[in-house]
Write a protein that binds this ligand. Structure first.
Ligand code: HEM
Length: 279
């Protein structure tokens, strides 16, 4: 008779066969890895949806000297970069984006989320002092905090329901980051007026919910900005039309700064980015 442990019922005088022990060890490792992966996924999901999470967007360009190094030397720095990501993975969740080839301004961007800004800082300190990091120019570092929606809970029920429309399935390879600052008149507008204007903003956006995923970060007082807006899409034309639609609503008149820069990149695993930097 066989069982899932592969022959454990055939017991030796010593109690168990060697095969049986190996099977148990393999099974434990397998179950352990499922549990760890599951926990990591939960943690990631939590950090990406919870309020009170600190995000840092660090935008980098390689120094000219980097490209003059031998390919093999550049490739040899990859492991130390991967080690930095691994070292901080229990505190910081990371997303990497390739910007090179889309913009001349930057080569790549890293988005970090943690329950404390200092964890993001420690990650970046290690990255920037790694062998590859010494060739990095840190062009911009945006930081923000996630919050519960300020206005959406006060929208009419039909709009609240419309905002829950699921995004279309499939990958969304493009990421767009747009920093936003509003003027003093906005912050001094009565709350009813702001709800009404954000309602118009949301109504204009609803047609794009299926193809554009969004995330909002608050940054007032942490930077010379009020918001970092982050989007993912497979359809850049939709995104273009969405922004045009939003520029026509009254709320936009209070925006004194959008972009500068607007950052567009493709969502890529770290390995892909390191491979491009070693080409
Ligand atoms: C699918 C597209 C979009 C949808 C469904 C959407 C929806 C919303 C909603 C419901 C809010 C209110 C959040 C709250 O209650 O605190 C909001 C806020 C905001 N959105 Fe959008 N939005 C979209 C795209 C955009 C784009 C493309 C931009 C800028 C380029 C943008 C900029 C902002 C900003 C800056 C805020 C914060 C406003 C404030 O609190 O004063 N949104 N958005």
């Amino acid at each position: 008779m066989r069982n899932p442990l592969g022959g454990c019922l055939k017991v030796t005088e010593a109690g168990m066969t060697r095969r049986c022990w190996i099977s148990i060890v393999v099974l434990c490792i397998f179950l352990g890895s499922i549990a760890t992966e599951g926990m990591a996924a939960v943690e990631r999901e939590k950090l990406l949806t919870d309020p009170g999470v600190y995000a840092t967007f660090a935008i980098f360009k390689m120094e000219e000297d980097w490209w003059k190094l031998d390919k093999a030397v550049r490739a040899s720095t990859s492991e130390s970069v991967k080690a930095v990501f691994a070292k901080h993975s229990d505190r910081v969740i990371t997303d990497t984006y390739l910007v090179r080839g889309i913009s001349e301004k930057a080569d790549f961007m890293v988005r970090l989320h943690a329950t404390d800004l200092i964890h993001n800082q420690n990650f970046l300190l290690d990255l920037m002092s790694s062998p590859l990091g010494k060739y990095l120019r840190n062009l911009q570092t945006y930081k923000g905090i996630t919050k519960k929606p300020t206005y959406a809970a006060l929208f009419p029920e039909d709009l609240k329901a419309a905002l829950k429309a699921p995004a279309e399935p499939g990958s969304k390879p493009y990421a767009i980051v747009i920093p936003v600052r509003k003027d003093a008149a906005w912050w001094n507008t009565e709350v009813e007026g702001r709800i009404q204007m954000l309602r118009e903003h949301a109504e204009a956006s609803v047609p794009y919910l299926r193809t554009v995923k969004r995330k909002l970060y608050h940054t007032t007082g942490l930077d010379n900005l009020d918001f970092i807006t982050y989007f993912e899409t497979a359809h850049l034309e939709d995104f273009n039309n969405l922004v045009l639609a939003l520029q026509r609503v009254k709320e936009y008149r209070y925006t004194v700064h959008t972009g500068n820069p607007i950052l567009v990149g493709t969502i890529r695993p770290l390995e892909d980015i390191l491979e491009v930097l070693a080409r």
